[in-house]
Design a protein around this ligand. Structure first.
Ligand SMILES: Nc1ncnc2c1ncn2[C@@H]1O[C@H](COP(=O)(O)OP(=O)(O)OP(=O)(O)O)[C@@H](O)[C@H]1O
Ligand SMILES: [Mg+2]
Ligand SMILES: [Mg+2]
Length: 271
């Protein structure tokens, strides 16, 4: 299935080793639940079907117990609160890259649609794997969610109880000195990640969660760039600038001339 979009019925019958009428009955039901889609070329797994396969794998492995409410819909994925078999709360993130291409693909048919579908399944799986592996390398040295499990386009990771910086007005509960201290603590984490070999690549007030004790976690790592990338300097400077830009509104740079992109870039890379 991984390399096809539309799988012809006879191929499904052959693989399933079942009479055609039983296969058709099952496909009809899967189609009714929205797990497979049909066209003149055959059948294909839908996004919901792929979600169900990943959830099923987590359950079979004895990891996932229950799925709760949706935490957020990002540009590229859906995130749910979940309960694990061991009693812990966690989050389940489905990677959905190329979601727009897929819907477009459904309108066109044939070859183009095929290409889009393959790229959606493939890219989403690849980015989930990537995020999982990066978290594994960073955790627990850097403040990132604990990676727990990966399957297909989904990962289960530790739940962060906190709010995106974007949604907070820090000045309501922190002094300028405390806010400046938080800024430098974030930079320390960026430096630790750099030392391990990664630049976040999408760092901003949307991807930093602050909890009630004013500790924070940096989330959303699938696009992280290895430090040996030819454009590493560009990405790192952009990340630094995004953090500075958010903190500038609290005027923390007024009494700290080191809060500028070039100084911090040098501080992080030693170059
Ligand atoms: N480990 C976590 N614990 C708690 N909440 C989380 C966690 N991971 C993600 N979230 C919530 O879900 C939202 C989306 O997650 P994330 O940023 O990883 O996904 P994304 O789809 O890549 O988003 P974006 O469109 O910002 O790139 C986050 O902004 C956050 O509110
Ligand atoms: Mg995000
Ligand atoms: Mg993201």
């Amino acid at each position: 299935m991984r390399y096809h979009e539309w799988v012809p019925l006879d191929e499904i019958v052959r693989k399933a080793k079942m009479p055609e009428k039983d296969v058709l009955y099952r496909l009809k039901r899967l189609n009714k639940f929205g797990f497979v889609v049909r066209s003149v070329y055959g059948y294909a797994v839908s996004m919901g079907g792929y979600d169900a396969l990943a959830v099923n794998a987590f359950v079979k492995k004895g990891i996932l117990k229950a799925i709760g409410n949706k935490l957020g819909v990002g540009k590229e994925g859906d995130v749910y609160n979940v309960l694990l078999e061991d009693g812990r709360e966690a989050v389940l993130k489905f990677h959905k890259h190329g979601r727009t291409c897929f819907t477009r693909g459904k309108r066109y048919r044939g070859y183009l649609a095929d290409k889009h579908h393959i790229s959606w399944l493939y890219v989403s799986r690849l980015t989930a794997q990537q995020e999982f592996e990066i978290l594994n390398e960073l955790f627990p040295v850097v403040k990132v969610p604990e990676p727990i499990e990966w399957n297909r386009h989904a990962i289960i990771m530790g739940k962060v109880v906190g709010e995106e910086l974007k949604r907070l007005d820090l000045s309501e509960f922190m002094s300028i000195e405390e806010i400046r201290d938080l800024f430098w603590k974030i930079i320390e984490e960026v430096k630790k990640a750099y030392k391990i070999g990664y630049i976040h690549g999408d760092l901003s007030e949307f991807n930093i969660l602050l909890d009630e004790s004013r500790d924070f976690v940096i989330i959303d790592w699938p696009q992280a760039i290895p430090t040996y990338h030819p454009d590493a300097e560009f990405y790192l400077k952009r990340d630094i600038w995004n953090v500075i830009r958010y903190f500038k509104k609290y005027k923390i740079d007024k009494e700290d001339e080191n809060i500028n992109v070039d100084y911090i870039h040098k501080y992080i890379t030693g170059k």
